[in-house]
Design a protein around this ligand. Structure first.
Ligand SMILES: NC(=O)C1=CN([C@@H]2O[C@H](COP(=O)(O)OP(=O)(O)OC[C@H]3O[C@@H](n4cnc5c(N)ncnc54)[C@H](OP(=O)(O)O)[C@@H]3O)[C@@H](O)[C@H]2O)C=CC1
Ligand SMILES: CC[C@](O)(C(C)=O)C(=O)O
Ligand SMILES: [Mg+2]
Ligand SMILES: [Mg+2]
Length: 337
């Protein structure tokens, strides 16, 4: 099935420049969208609760900050970039009372619409501009004159112009420099959750930790295991990013390539693929979404425990020491003004 991909020439920046945009939340995605929209000539206001720790950052970077309700009231386009778990309450308390015909409600991820935690009124546009990358890199790429690809979707087109407006927003954050794919809230939500669980975050982190454990438990130096299983992974993935798996295989030795071809499928075998299918079905059925919302409502007991266990894994201490000797690697995450 072919998709439509849109680039800068397909998008009219003037559409979003003619609107006032409220960015609700100023975290990983919020700061990136807000600063890049501002740099693209868009009138932006930030919505954050009184006492939010993000307020000083946004203000220091020259942005006007009001409460989420005030931002929603004054804006034409309301982009919801608070955590997925708070969005339903935020929507009910601060956004819904301030929606009116002609306004547009935007999301950076389809979770709350896809699983029915938010149901906007029919008279507003509902669209999504979802970058396919971490917010800090969305901003870094924009500043460097590049861009992170985005998925754009329209759930409700009350104005008849929702897609063009969303594409214009995507241009404002650099997304159409790399390519904007038109999709649906369902496709974005399900592929995004699957990708982060099975491959990008869950799969990759577990692969790295397990490789490190196997080497160190066999008596090899943790520093050697760290370079082998984590540090070099970035360099290998860089080659895949630049030219596909094919280019990575071109650059590595024939010995590595033979090991890759003959042993890789033993690591990621039929059982792993079956588990990935199960993970996908939990995403599709809404089981994962219900579990995550219940976990958050209960105060995140498992999340907190697992996060602490991950932070205490020996690979982290080894990595901190080694990265300390490579100033170009240990680049702090900053909200690039
Ligand atoms: N992280 C990423 O790169 C990506 C995220 N997304 C999506 O973007 C959205 C935002 O995620 P992310 O950027 O990771 O979020 P973060 O956790 O990085 O930031 C959340 C922001 O929302 C603020 N906030 C918390 N509660 C409220 C509230 N009640 N009202 C208004 N603001 C609030 C936080 O303030 P405080 O500092 O006070 O906590 C913080 O500024 C999600 O839908 C996510 O799925 C999509 C693509 C990638
Ligand atoms: C891969 C994780 C992500 O989906 C992202 C950065 O795209 C997220 O939700 O943060
Ligand atoms: Mg994602
Ligand atoms: Mg995600």
């Amino acid at each position: 099935m072919s998709v439509e991909v849109y680039y800068d020439d397909d998008a009219d920046l003037g559409l979003i420049q003619a609107k006032k945009v409220a960015v609700i939340g100023y975290g990983s995605q919020g700061h990136a969208h807000a600063l890049s929209l501002r740099d693209s000539g868009v009138d932006v206001v930030i919505g954050l609760p009184v006492g939010s720790k993000s307020r000083p950052k946004a203000e220091e970077q020259g942005l006007r900050v009001v409460t989420p309700a005030e931002a929603a009231a004054e804006a034409d386009v309301i982009m919801v970039l608070a955590p997925d778990t708070v969005q339903r309450t935020l929507y009910a308390e601060a956004i819904a009372p301030n929606l009116a015909p002609g306004k547009a409600l935007f999301f950076g991820h389809g979770f709350n619409i896809r699983y029915g935690f938010i149901t906007p009124p029919a008279e507003v546009d509902v669209a999504m501009v979802a970058p396919k990358g971490p917010g800090h890199l969305v901003r870094r790429q924009y500043v460097d004159g590049k861009g992170v690809p985005v998925l754009v979707a329209v759930e409700q087109d009350a104005s008849g112009n929702a897609f063009a407006l969303a594409l214009s927003y995507a241009k404002g954050i650099g997304g159409t420099r790399a390519g904007a794919i038109r999709t649906t809230f369902t496709e974005e939500t399900e592929t995004d959750l699957f990708g982060e669980q099975a491959v990008l975050c869950g799969g990759a982190a577990a692969l790295v930790q397990t490789g490190f454990e196997v080497l160190t438990e066999a008596g090899y130096a943790p520093e050697v295991a760290y370079f082998e299983c984590l540090h070099e992974l970035k360099l290998i993935v860089d080659l895949m990013y630049e030219g596909g798996i094919e280019r990575m295989r071109y650059s590595v030795s024939d010995t590595a390539e033979y090991g890759d071809l003959s042993r890789g499928p033993r690591v990621i075998d039929g059982r792993v693929k079956e588990e990935m299918r199960k993970i996908l079905s939990e995403v599709q059925s809404g089981e994962f979404a219900r579990e995550w919302i219940a976990e958050d409502d209960a105060g995140r007991p498992n999340f907190t425990k697992w996060r602490a266990e991950g932070a205490a894994h020996p690979i982290e201490e080894t990595g901190r020491k080694l990265r300390g000797m490579m100033s170009w690697v240990d680049r702090p995450i900053t909200e690039t003004a």
